[in-house]
Design a protein around this ligand. Structure first.
Ligand code: PEP
Ligand code: MG
Length: 582
């Protein structure tokens, strides 16, 4: 640790917890390739440089493959094999070499030009599957260029180990989070990002203390700086004094103690002081997370994000592959329900290379995502539904449709679900025939018409991450506007109330599975609005349950109404503090 006075940075705390350790800085960046030529006498030197780069990339790919833990190897391993094949391909290397010898291209330009050439020839291919192989070429080219271009702190993420360090990066991808977790990293700091981006959600699920939206982090934090990462307050101390380290060590100890005490509530019945029965479910997005939950302490999985099955690969998961994955989860949950959300690709969710979500996605959040993609790619959707229905034979499953914006999307999806059932019948496969079908209410149009939509579905789940984004017109992953991301904005609360009331009127269950459900600031407000079922990341459960069982809901209603109707931010926060301290 250095003895200079500490520099303090502030960002958006997205995953709670305190951690301390050395910084490890990685930069993703973007390479811009210029058209560049070399002198004839330098050709053999340039060829040598090129060959070294190919060798280095191949070694890197092998190392990456050997380091990925078995739990995520299957998905990532597939695309690695394709990449290894391409880097070892003699024709590919020879074509680049001849651009250097014949056209005197620099290695960088030769690789880029060869890529453009391959890309062009792929454009005339009609077979969609073969056409999509261009994405593999693109990944490999990026790796080769990264190895050619000498850049400080350049990213080489998968081959690194982040054991015992705090990862500091410009932009956090879900892969960064998984690899940091797998290699036992301490926490994450990112310049870019918002609270409800997928990467941030993953940090919470995996309990990795993390702060995003830290402006200029890469300019200020250097490798091996000693950091305190306060994921509760969003503070980062760089090279702090011993006293501050001691203070944080004590804080860490006492929060661990508090966590232990809180965990005792898990075995208690989830009933409010005024005897309302409440429900807590979990949100999961990776099967690895099943390890950290106990089916005894929760009422089910309220949101299983299925995108992981589609990520990091160039083909689609087969029906069987999905069935085996889902069945494992359903069996582990015994008879507690598992709500599988169908593929919600696009925008903040990592877009698998095989999923094309529109040629011009200038506003990907408003583009071909969620149910829109599924209805346009019916085979993909039907295969997934078949897998879920088959898993239903081993427990209780429900199907949840994401990004519903209008009535006909529900009807169209239900028709496809009926086709999936018919297919299963004629294929004589075992499946559950009475799987409930629900929708995510995460677009304002859906919330406004909830009373009408309720007649067509078996349950609602309010997705506040997107509902806030679409109601307030702010990109949920953009740190420039995350100061506007306000789940208790009156417009948002009004929509939540409409959905809760529509559920009660039509006698269908309403849950809330956005990040708001796991934020202890809002538990009593939501209880006061009439919400009975919360689905959250597992680490939030003890604190939220503790609040639930110590709440008298009958006393909260009046305050919740006042908060909805309040226009002054200061007054609203005062009311929130009041409701939280009743
Ligand atoms: C939501 O939008 O609130 C939600 C739970 O879904 P996701 O975060 O996966 O978009
Ligand atoms: Mg959503």
């Amino acid at each position: 640790m250095k003895n200079t006075s500490p520099i303090i940075l502030k960002g958006l705390p997205v995953s709670k917890g305190i951690t301390m350790g050395m910084a490890h800085v990685i930069e993703h960046g973007n390479n811009i390739i210029e058209e560049k030529y070399i002198e004839k006498k330098l050709v053999s030197k340039e060829i040598k440089r090129l060959k070294t780069t190919f060798k280095k990339t191949l070694i890197e790919l092998d190392i990456i493959k050997s380091k990925i833990s078995p739990s995520i190897k299957k998905n990532i391993g597939l695309f690695l094999d394709t990449h290894i094949l391409l880097v070892s391909d003699k024709i590919f290397l020879d074509s680049i070499k001849s651009r250097i010898t014949e056209n005197l291209n620099s290695s960088e330009w030769a690789i880029h030009a060869e890529y453009l050439n391959i890309k062009e020839s792929f454009e005339n291919i009609e077979d969609l599957y073969i056409k999509q192989r261009i994405d593999d070429v693109n990944h490999v080219v990026k790796m080769l260029l990264n190895n050619l271009i000498i850049k400080k702190n350049k990213i080489n993420i998968i081959s690194k180990s982040f054991n015992n360090v705090i990862v500091v990066t410009d932009d956090l991808s879900p892969a960064d989070v998984i690899i940091t977790y797998e290699s036992k990293g301490l926490g994450l700091i990112s310049e870019y990002g918002g609270r409800s981006s997928h990467s941030s959600i993953l940090t919470r699920s995996l309990e990795l203390p993390s702060i995003v939206g830290v402006k200029n982090a890469l300019k200020i934090i250097k490798d091996n700086d000693y950091l305190i990462l306060d994921g509760n307050e969003g503070l980062i101390f760089i090279n702090p004094e011993k006293d501050l380290v001691k203070h944080y060590q004590n804080l860490k100890k006492s929060s661990l103690k508090k966590k232990k005490v809180l965990s005792t509530v898990l075995t208690k019945k989830n009933i409010s002081l005024d005897k309302e029965k409440l429900e807590i479910m979990v949100n999961l997005e990776l099967p690895q997370e099943l390890k950290i939950i106990s089916e005894k302490n929760i009422d089910g999985i309220g949101l299983f994000r299925t995108e992981y099955l589609y990520a990091d690969r160039n083909d689609f998961p087969t029906e069987n592959e999905q069935f085996f994955a889902y069945k494992k989860i359903v069996k582990k949950m015994k008879n507690n329900p598992v709500i599988f959300r169908t593929l919600d690709t696009g925008a903040d969710k990592e877009i698998p290379d095989n999923v094309k979500t529109g040629a011009i996605a200038r506003n990907p959040a408003l583009g071909l995502r969620g149910i829109r993609y599924s209805l346009g790619n019916q085979i993909v959707f039907i295969n997934q539904v078949k897998a879920i229905l088959r898993a239903g034979h081993y427990g209780t499953v429900k199907i949840m449709l994401p990004m519903i914006t209008n009535f006909s999307e529900i009807l169209d999806a239900k028709k496809l679900i009926a086709i999936a059932k018919n297919n299963l019948k004629s294929e004589k496969k075992k499946f559950s025939n009475n799987v409930k079908i629900g929708i995510m209410v995460e677009v304002p149009s859906c919330a406004v018409l909830a009373n009408r939509f309720a007649k067509q579905v078996d349950f609602f789940s309010i997705g506040t991450n997107d509902l806030v984004q679409y109601t307030l017109a702010i990109d949920r992953v953009d740190d420039e506007v995350n100061y506007l991301y306000d789940p208790i904005n009156s417009a948002v609360l009004n929509l939540i109330k409409i959905v809760i009331d529509a559920g009660a009127k039509n006698k269908i269950p309403v849950s809330l599975c956005g990040e708001m459900a796991g934020d202890s600031n809002y538990t009593r407000l939501l209880l006061g609005l009439g919400l009975k079922s919360f689905s959250m990341h597992p680490s939030a459960i003890p604190e939220i349950k503790n609040i639930m069982i110590s709440s008298d809901i009958s006393k909260l209603k009046k305050f919740s109404r006042e908060i909805i109707n309040c226009d002054s931010l200061i007054k609203k926060n005062k009311l929130l503090a009041k409701i939280n301290n009743i």
